[in-house]
Structure formats: structure tokens, C-alpha cells
Design a protein. Structure first.
Length: 178
């Protein structure tokens, strides 16, 4: 909504940031699948897990963490949902009992296929009326952006200015206090 108090042409405005455009696109992609997801009690993240398992047949939990760029704890909660619904199977590696492999169950395969079809339709819609040169340039650009965000994430994990400020302002315990 454009109001006199908000100048949408200002490049510093949230709506003019690449991160916000990516957010709105991601939200639209999630909404495209929301009806199917609601019908089966899953969400956009669990749908992506199902599609990855459809493509790879079986993946280690650590592979899913890396592919989805999700914390292990977040991924575990999504996997619990899928397992309770009988959509996936888990098995421990025979070579390394710490590794857990995830695959689709017979019940999960048709849902994974439906999620994959929705994902493919969204992909086709995004690339409609885009020639090969534009497509190549877009993918190169987005890979570059993704790499830059990976660097920023690594930097922020090492040293967050907010974390440093909060640490610096923390009160030292008084003498004799633990």
C-alpha cells in the first residue's frame, strides 16, 4: 500500500531490497503448494524433503541438512512429522551406526510425486517467456548471490555485532558470586 508517508521509490525501502523480493517469491512458491500441503498435513519444507527423496531415492540426514541449509534440529522435527504420517522410512547405516538414511515409504512416494509436479509447474511459470541467455544469466546471478550469502552466514556465525554488543554489556558477577 502506497501512502504519503511511504516512498516506495526509495532504494533503502524494504520492498526495494533483493532479500525482500526473494522472500516474496519464496512465499508465493509456498502458497502454490499450500492446498496440497494442508490436505496432507505437511508444509513447504517437508514437501521439499519429499521431492529430494524422490530424486535421490535415499539420503543421509546430514545430506538433507546440507541440501536444505537447515539446522539439524529443524530438519529432525520435519522428519518426525513425515515419519509419523508414514511418508518416510529411516534406517541406520550398517557401516556407521551414527549415520541415518531416509527414504520414501510406499505411502510417501505418490505425495512426493505430486509435490514434485507442483514444483515443476512453479519452475515452468518462473521461466515462461525467458530466453536461454536470460535463464543462464539469472542462474549465474542467483548462484553468485547464494555464494555471497553463504560467506555472510559464515561470517555472522563467527562474530555477530549484536552478540558482541550484548557480551560487552553483560554484567560481571560481583566478587564472591559464581
Amino acid at each position: 500500500m502506497n501512502t504519503p508517508d511511504h516512498d516506495l521509490s526509495d532504494n533503502s525501502a524494504l520492498v526495494e531490497r533483493l532479500s525482500f523480493l526473494i522472500h516474496t517469491m519464496s512465499t508465493r512458491i509456498a502458497l502454490i503448494g499450500s492446498r496440497l500441503h494442508r490436505e496432507h498435513g505437511i508444509n513447504n519444507f517437508t514437501a521439499r524433503i519429499l521431492v529430494l527423496l524422490l530424486e535421490h531415492e535415499e539420503l543421509r540426514v546430514s545430506d538433507l541438512v546440507e541440501l536444505l541449509v537447515l539446522p539439524q534440529s529443524t530438519l529432525s522435527s520435519h522428519l518426525q512429522v513425515l515419519q509419523k504420517k508414514g511418508l518416510i522410512r529411516r534406517r541406520r547405516s550398517r557401516k556407521d551406526s551414527r549415520s541415518v538414511f531416509i527414504s520414501l515409504s510406499a505411502v510417501g512416494a505418490p505425495l512426493a510425486q505430486a509435490c514434485n509436479e507442483q514444483s515443476q509447474r512453479a519452475n515452468l511459470a518462473m521461466l515462461a517467456e525467458v530466453d536461454e541467455a536470460q535463464r543462464t544469466a539469472a542462474f549465474e546471478f542467483l548462484r553468485h548471490v547464494n555464494q555471497r550469502l553463504e560467506y555472510l552466514l559464515a561470517e555472522s556465525a563467527e562474530s555477530s555485532p549484536l552478540t558482541q554488543a550484548l557480551s560487552a554489556s553483560s554484567v560481571e558477577p560481583e566478587a564472591g558470586q559464581p
